[in-house]
Design a protein around this ligand. Structure first.
Ligand code: FAD
Length: 320
């Protein structure tokens, strides 16, 4: 991933997509068909999520291997390191390597829902431990990404912990341990992202780091409110009002959603002087919204006209 990003021309922007492994075989087949069509959008890479504690390990590895080997996509496998054991991590890294996967997004993972807070295990307590472990076991074989939080990371429901100043020393630790790029948590407040970028760049260790904003296309009002709540992403008043007023009209929400994300991309592009080279879409395995954003965006300059290949079957996959 790092090599591909660094070899882009200065006026080129990339896009990347996050997918989660569907639960059923039928869902998996549907996703592959969709993924093949999404190749036309020309993502620089795709990422495959990892269920907390390794709960989706087999399916995540299956999907990642298929994307890398069969579809020829540069694939980033997410990997979490808490509430799991070393064998699961060793197995995942070794299978990733044997399937030609060269990129890992090294994450801590969320605490389990049943516990107020989890008990750290002795091998891995934070994402940095996983970054170090991968480096120790595999040297430079894997290009490693880590997570960043434009509004600060939140553990559980305690918003008081949300502060970028608290996270930055740990982010630096992850970079110094060998991480090559950062993908951010989703956000809708572009000013918060721009401030985050500015603060990060003021640290010498982060001044040149590849920082990839994570964006979630808005598909329905319900998904939007649920996602912002779960991710603790704040929503500027104008966006909240527009979407709330349109909430009963799905088509209106979708169309506003495209404009909102397009504005965010334009704003970032205009204020970061070529330092932000691409955008990562939390596309929730859906194709249409992301295709519409890319087709609308002057920054991402339509990579291909997708209208013909976009069907109306988004919900079938989303509900898998
Ligand atoms: P860390 O970097 O370990 O940070 C977690 C918290 O601990 C932060 O508050 C940080 O300030 C603090 N901290 C860090 N290091 C230390 C230290 N050494 N000492 C004390 N405190 C420290 N979850 C999944 O389960 N599966 C996924 O596939 C997945 N994909 C994600 C993709 C992206 C792009 C993002 C942004 C998140 C993803 N998550 C995923 C969620 C992620 O696992 C959670 O947000 C998790 O709570 C934190 O992970 P982290 O890697 O940021 O942890």
């Amino acid at each position: 991933v790092k090599e591909k990003i660094l070899s882009l021309k200065s006026n080129e922007r990339f896009i990347s997509f996050e997918f989660f492994p569907p639960k059923t075989d039928a869902g998996f087949r549907n996703l592959l068909a969709r993924l093949s069509r999404m190749l036309a959008l020309n993502p620089l890479f795709i990422t495959v999520t990892w269920g907390a504690g390794g709960s989706t390990s087999e399916k995540s590895l299956d999907l990642a291997a298929t994307c890398q080997k069969e579809l020829g996509l540069t694939t980033v496998l997410h990997l979490t390191c808490t509430n799991t054991n070393k064998e699961i991590i060793d197995d995942a890294l070794s299978k990733a390597k044997s399937n030609g996967i060269r990129n890992i997004l090294a994450l801590r993972g969320d605490p389990p829902r049943t516990e107020e807070y989890w008990t750290p295990n002795c091998d891995f307590n934070n994402a940095v431990d996983l970054v170090r472990y991968i480096k120790q076991q595999y040297g430079d074989y894997f290009c490693i990404g880590v997570a960043g939080y434009p509004e600060g990371h939140v553990d559980g429901s305690d918003n008081s912990q949300q502060s970028i100043e608290k996270d930055i020393p740990y982010l630096i630790e992850k970079i110094e341990a060998g991480a090559d790029f950062i993908i951010t948590q989703l956000f809708f407040d572009v000013d918060k992202f721009l401030n985050y970028e500015k603060v990060l760049r003021s640290y010498p260790q982060l001044s040149n780091i590849i920082l990839i904003p994570g964006l979630m296309p808005i598909t329905t009002y319900k998904v939007f409110t649920r996602s912002t709540k779960l991710s603790h992403a704040s929503v500027p008043d104008d966006i909240a009002t527009k979407l709330h007023d349109a909430s009963v009209d799905d088509d209106k929400v979708k169309s506003l959603g495209i404009d909102i994300i397009d504005d965010i991309i334009t704003n970032i592009n205009n204020h970061t002087d070529n330092r932000i080279r691409g955008y990562h879409f939390y596309c929730l395995n859906l194709e249409k919204a992301v295709a519409s954003i890319i087709n609308k965006s002057n920054v991402l300059l339509p990579i291909m006209d997708l209208h013909e290949s976009v069907d109306n079957n988004d919900d079938a996959i989303a509900s898998d």
